[in-house]
Design a protein around this ligand. Structure first.
Ligand code: SAJ
Length: 424
């Protein structure tokens, strides 16, 4: 442990676990956020994020000091910025939260501080955007203070990999900054910390990791559309290909790609590359394919209802799931929202149920949610994956659209229920 005081700026799904870990490792640690409500909850040991692992951790911590008062930065030496970097409706990067956090830090910056950015950004952001804001303080990066980048790798809901044991990569504007950042992360993670030769390499690392995932999901989504037309069950093919012990990495088709990482990060690279005169045709195509999946899923609803001589209009349809992925309560960029919008426009008599988001559900439980002619699985929550075909039969469900290929197709079809998956 270094003899340093730490302040985490931004207490969301990235900053809050980091604050817990820093305190657990014995650092005098403060949290700074713009939300009074969030700060109140955290100071009372309550996690604003539904995550059992995080809730338990927070409860065990004594005297957590979260605040909205930026003067807390005066008594911090290592300041780690973990604020959101979303996209706008036109898929353009929105760096406003990050720039605002940097301005707040700049006002309290002092000699010897180490500033680390963890938020996902396009390569060049730390040097071209954050550094000038921090130097408005009159202090010089690399001389008076140090500036580094260490991409967050939090995977919400992941039981195996978390902030304690995730390998990290760091890049910095100076060798002293690199050393200080590597020393800090080395003191809190049980895994390795790789020092890269530039801050841009560290920024690009995160973008590459998530873009890699997006194009692989687009690949299986396109294969699903193709195999669907040949009557091939893509889940069988992926299982088959996964027996190859090398050079194949399974991804799974679905009703769309949501969340604040995989759907967002490619646009950060696409937009920066475009500024530099390069067009990412492949990344754009992958985004196009993944963005087409909610509409593809609604077409499956139309096809499925046509098989029983019904149309979407006035038919009782329940969308199961709002969250962007199973086991979480986060609806950011969720494909379920687009599916719901489209079904509403087609005049469906719609119900919505997500056990993780009761406040946005229109029915109180799964039993009530299954009072429908048609159900659409939009999120692979464990509660939905365990639905038995016989339950659907007993509830009189006539059409199942399985947007996550997570139900027992054979069993459902054996009860004479129309089943349509994504590529199966
Ligand atoms: N999805 C598919 N098919 C797949 C995998 C995911 O359609 O094969 C969909 C999901 O349903 C979801 C979206 O893509 O809508 C994103 O899913 P995700 O599992 O990638 O979940 P995220 O967005 O929480 O991604 C995080 C990322 N972590 C960080 O950015 C630090 C990502 O890098 C991880 O690879 C990912 O978790 C993970 O592996 O779980």
């Amino acid at each position: 442990m270094l003899n340093k005081r730490v302040c985490i700026v931004g207490l969301g799904y990235v900053g809050l676990p980091l604050l817990c870990l820093s305190m657990e490792k014995g650092y005098e640690t403060y949290g700074l956020d713009i939300s009074n409500e969030r700060v109140e909850l955290i100071n009372n040991g309550i996690s604003p994020i539904k995550d059992k692992f995080l809730e338990e951790r927070l409860k065990k911590l004594k005297d957590v000091e979260a605040t909205t008062d930026s003067s807390v930065l005066k008594k911090s030496d290592i300041i780690i910025i973990c604020v959101p970097t979303p996209i706008d409706a036109q898929y353009n990067p929105n760096l406003k939260p990050l720039q605002s956090a940097a301005k707040t830090v700049s006002k309290e910056l002092k000699k010897g501080d180490l500033i680390v950015v963890e938020s996902t950004v396009f390569p060049g952001t730390t040097e071209e955007i954050i550094k000038p804001i921090l130097e408005e303080s009159g202090l010089k990066a690399g001389k008076d203070f140090y500036l580094a980048y260490c991409p967050e790798r939090v995977d919400p809901g992941n039981k195996k990999w978390n902030v304690n044991n995730l390998p990290r990569v760091v890049g910095a504007l100076s060798s002293e900054g690199l050393k200080q950042a590597a020393d800090f992360y080395g003191s809190i993670t049980s895994s390795d910390v790789l020092e890269l030769n530039s801050v841009k390499a560290a920024e690009a690392t995160k973008i590459m990791e998530n873009t890699f995932r997006d194009i692989n999901i687009a690949f299986v989504n396109e294969m699903a559309k193709s195999f669907d037309m040949m009557g091939i069950d893509i889940t069988e093919v992926i299982k088959g290909a996964s027996t190859k012990p090398f050079a194949f990495m399974p991804h799974w088709p679905g009703c769309g790609v949501g969340g604040h990482c995989i759907k967002v990060d490619p646009y950060y690279l696409i937009s920066k590359a475009k500024e530099n005169g390069f067009t990412h045709r492949f990344l754009n195509l992958a985004r196009e394919i993944n963005n087409s999946m909610p509409h593809y899923t609604v077409n499956k609803v139309i096809e499925g209802l046509n098989e029983i001589d019904k149309s979407v209009k006035d038919t009782k349809i329940t969308v199961l799931g709002l969250a962007y992925k199973g086991g979480v309560d986060d609806i950011r960029e969720s494909p379920a929202l687009e599916i719901i919008d489209e079904l509403k426009k087609l005049g469906a008599d719609l119900n919505i149920f997500d056990p993780y988001i009761p406040e946005k559900s229109t029915v109180k439980d799964l039993n009530e949610a299954l009072n429908a002619d048609c159900i659409v699985i939009a999120t692979d929550h464990p509660e939905f994956k365990s639905i038995k075909p016989v339950e659907l039969k007993e509830k009189g469900i006539k059409v199942v659209i399985d947007g996550k290929n997570c139900l027992d197709k054979k069993g459902i079809v054996s009860f004479g229920i129309v089943y349509k998956g994504i590529g199966r």
